[in-house]
Design a binder for this molecule. Structure first.
Ligand code: ADP
Ligand code: MG
Length: 469
């Protein structure tokens, strides 16, 4: 089963990522539709969880049917504590993934089918949809987030009974909105286990709403949400233009607020700058507290890196920590990304982390991480480079130079943009995603065998990198 899963995954993820994150996984046992896999570390597990859980779950479902579940076991290597050998422990923090992680758990008009609503109980049992790794402990405080973090703490201690209702946390991408919002949810659960907490992204909320709307079940939808004690909605900016969903949200908001229930919202902009949201909603956001998150300052960045390393039982020289903290100034997600790349590179090349490696890794990192280049821009660059016309690039032709130019363009588009394989294919005269996968693979293979080809690709890669800075 696992071998089949790997085959599918291999086609989808980048080769290097596949080597780093999937090859080390060991299948341990298969019991009915539950597959247990063993991963090398807590860090590894978290990385998979953050980046590949959907992919893993989907592939597994394909192999084992819709009841498929994945369980993790983390291999604890006690080597860095001076002892040798390794032992297997059932990971206490490992989560068991079920299909419900991806699909909406609520089927309100048919409660028997719904795993989260158990009829007959006084309080509803709802999975709060929280990721346990996001806690206050792991959310480092600094000038950049002090107000938001402390307000969050207060909210978690006295949900509904404080003056921060709603609490609106806002800030740019990767600055910790989701972490803090989920941290509040986890803290409420810890301090008040009986409170009904639900974390939901606004996109999911909108999707659920539309499903219910199609089934003429809007009242059920609203009714369900009105039963929640602490409602956390992430990224409310996506409510823009979803008028009907905003109406439902407005009704829910009013009901919860009046009943002394807590609302926590996050947004990428300050409420006053949120275009596309109804004024009546925005005016309610002002009832509570809006607190912003800024990028962590240098000292806080060091603290964050040290905390992450400590939690994962990792170590690296102080000068490297400083170097990374000094150079990554965009957002915390990138800071973590840099650390992860560094670890991946170090383990891949079986090489200690030192300043030299850090410089190398960060060079790529900073380059690829800024603004995103478009597929069209890449096409234009390749056309110029090989002196072929745009039309030719798209046409069906067997001419080798043109086929290769096209394959390289697809490969670069896959590497440097976040577009899906499908979208990339569409930019090449409606080719399908398998063609794109095939092209990327061909380019990688040719780079290994054909020096001239390799040089061309490297040179183009540099050009694209420069253009994305
Ligand atoms: P956002 O939702 O604002 O885009 P996230 O909450 O996803 O950002 O945060 C991005 C990453 O940065 C997460 O892994 C989160 O744990 C981490 N992070 C952000 N702020 C902090 C902080 N103050 N301390 C520790 N980790 C943080
Ligand atoms: Mg987020």
């Amino acid at each position: 089963v696992w071998t089949n899963c790997l085959k599918i995954i291999k086609d989808i993820v980048e080769w290097q990522h596949f080597k780093t994150w999937f090859e080390p996984i060991k299948p341990v046992e298969l019991k009915e539709s539950v597959l247990m896999i063993q991963v090398p570390s807590q860090f590894f597990f978290e990385y998979l969880e953050e980046h590949y859980v959907n992919l893993l779950a989907k592939t597994l479902k394909r192999e084992l049917g819709k009841d498929a579940r994945l369980e993790y076991r983390i291999m604890v290597d006690s080597g860095n504590k001076g002892r040798s050998g390794s032992m297997d422990v059932p990971a206490s923090t490992a989560r068991v993934y079920t299909n419900n992680e991806m699909d909406f758990p609520l089927v309100i008009n048919n409660p028997v089918k719904n795993p989260f609503v158990i009829p007959g109980l006084k309080k509803m049992q709802i999975d709060p949809q929280l990721n346990p790794i996001y806690t206050f402990d792991t959310f480092i405080e600094g000038d950049c987030n002090r107000v938001a973090r402390r307000a969050g703490k207060t909210v978690a201690e006295k949900p509904g009974a404080n003056s921060f209702n709603p609490l609106v946390i806002y800030g740019g991408v990767g600055l910790g909105k989701t972490h803090l919002a989920q941290g509040i949810g986890n803290e409420v659960k810890r301090l008040h286990p009986n409170k009904v907490v639900l974390y939901v992204s606004s996109e999911k909320f909108i999707n659920q709403f539309q499903d219910h709307s199609r089934n003429n079940a809007i009242n059920d939808f609203i009714h369900f949400y009105q039963l929640i004690d602490v409602l956390i909605i992430d990224d409310v900016q996506f409510f823009a233009r979803a008028e009907k969903s905003q109406d439902a949200f407005f009704a829910i908001f009013n009901h919860l607020h009046q009943s002394g229930k807590q609302l926590v919202l996050t947004s990428d902009k300050a409420p006053k700058d949120l275009d596309g949201l109804q004024e009546r909603l925005l005016s309610r956001f002002r009832w509570g507290l809006s607190a912003d998150l800024q990028m962590a300052d240098y000292e806080t960045r060091i603290e964050i890196l040290e905390m992450k390393m400590k939690n994962d039982g990792l170590d690296m020289p102080r000068e490297v920590v400083k170097y990374v903290a000094y150079n990554i100034t965009t957002n915390v997600r990138e800071l973590e990304g840099a650390l992860i790349s560094l670890l991946a590179q170090s383990s891949l090349n079986k090489r200690e982390i030192d300043l030299e490696l850090a410089k190398k890794v960060l060079r790529n990192f900073v380059k690829t991480s800024n603004k995103e280049i478009t597929i069209e821009a890449i096409q234009k660059m390749v056309c110029e480079y090989f002196d072929v016309s745009y039309d030719k690039l798209l046409q069906k032709t067997r001419k080798r130079e043109i086929v290769q130019a096209r394959q390289i363009t697809m490969y670069l588009a896959k590497s440097f943009t976040k577009n899906s394989l499908k979208t990339i294919g569409e930019h090449f005269g409606g080719r399908d995603h398998t063609t794109v996968i095939h092209s990327c693979q061909t380019v990688k293979d040719l780079m290994d065998t054909d020096t001239l080809f390799r040089e061309n690709v490297m040179e183009l890669t540099q050009k694209v990198q420069l253009a994305s800075m």
